[in-house]
Design a protein. Structure first.
Length: 341
């Protein structure tokens, strides 16, 4: 995270990537000042918020009876309004005092195709914690800006944003999204595929954190000869005793094949439904990938192989959306056409 300078403490305007897996906040004049998991731990009986973000993620799968750890966003939209509101307020308080007199302008990233009800929930959550002017920007648009693409050109640009809850395949031209498919297959589904594979093949239960670690250590979309086997400890289905197992990169790749193929098929559909002139632009300039899920080894290579179009990974896929929304925040007048409210 960026260390706040003295002037930045008075720079109230912010941009927020409110994601299923992680929340990032960009502060004007200071850059990214929050990058933490979108997780809240609270007391089940009193509803008191115990921790938020990194500290709360440690509770997942390890809570006693009176504590619950939850992700209040599902598929990129608010699933629990009260908990989301508490999470946003907690993150805001980490970086500045909230004042009833000075209400910051906030740019918030939302999935493409978000409904009016979902838009209203995001805006109300921000208003409740003390925000003033609220601008909504679609995630693929923010990703394109953060990747360094000129979104105002009369030219087709394809962006694949693979987050925690959704994958969005979008074609952008003239500061608008010309086509977008939102697929509920992303980082969380990759973890779930590993959990199901370990259960079905090895008869062992493992948690979400263990599955995510396995994905990061040896997960891939194509054959990677240099990867080594990975050891996991879970709970034996039959005896409930702890059990150690070793999984190979090949079996994890096979476990991930279904969600990976779903993402590739979404890219194919996008190319089929995009006008020919825009597809020509995409062929010349390539496809751009952002979001944490795009870090799966070899995924860009697989998409390139299947589409015959160069596929470029953003310089920092995890930060692209937050940086893009931050650029829009710093230049509100120039980017007013990209906001959807």
């Amino acid at each position: 995270m960026t260390k706040l300078t003295f002037p930045a403490l008075f720079s109230k305007n912010m941009a927020m990537d409110l994601g299923t897996a992680n929340t990032l906040i960009y502060m004007k004049g200071a850059g990214i000042v929050v990058n933490e998991p979108s997780v809240v731990a609270y007391n089940t009986y009193t509803k008191e918020i115990l921790s938020v973000g990194t500290a709360a993620k440690k509770y997942l799968g390890r809570t006693p009876q009176h504590i619950t750890a939850v992700r209040p966003l599902k598929d990129g939209v608010i699933a629990d309004f009260v908990i989301t509101q508490a999470m946003i307020k907690n993150f805001f308080l980490k970086i500045q005092r909230l004042s009833p007199f000075i209400k910051p302008s906030v740019v918030i990233c939302v999935p493409t195709g978000i409904t009016q009800v979902e838009k209203r929930a995001v805006i109300e959550a921000a208003v409740e914690v003390g925000c003033g002017r609220i601008y909504l920007i679609e995630e693929p648009m923010a990703a394109a800006i953060g990747t360094g693409l000129d979104v105002f050109q009369n030219r087709g640009r394809m962006v694949i944003d693979i987050g925690g809850g959704t994958t969005e395949v979008a074609v952008i031209t003239m500061s608008s999204v010309a086509y977008c498919e939102s697929l509920r297959v992303a980082g969380d589904e990759l973890n779930e595929a590993i959990i199901n594979h370990i259960f079905n093949i090895h008869k062992v239960f493992i948690g979400e954190n263990s599955a995510e670690k396995c994905k990061i250590e040896i997960g891939s979309a194509i054959d990677m000869p240099d990867l080594q086997s990975h050891t996991l400890i879970g709970k034996d289905v039959l005896t409930s005793n702890p059990k150690e197992i070793t999984v190979t990169p090949q079996e994890i790749r096979e476990a991930l094949s279904e969600p990976v193929n779903a993402i590739v098929e979404a890219v194919r559909r996008a190319l089929e439904k995009t006008p020919t002139e825009l597809v020509t632009d995409i062929y010349e300039d390539g496809i751009y990938m952002a979001g944490g899920g795009s870090l799966l080894r070899g995924l860009n290579t697989l998409i390139e192989k299947e589409t015959k179009i160069p596929c470029h990974l953003a310089e920092d896929p995890l930060l692209s959306i937050a940086l893009g929304s931050g650029i829009a925040l710093e230049n509100l007048k120039d980017y007013k056409k990209v906001f959807i409210n």
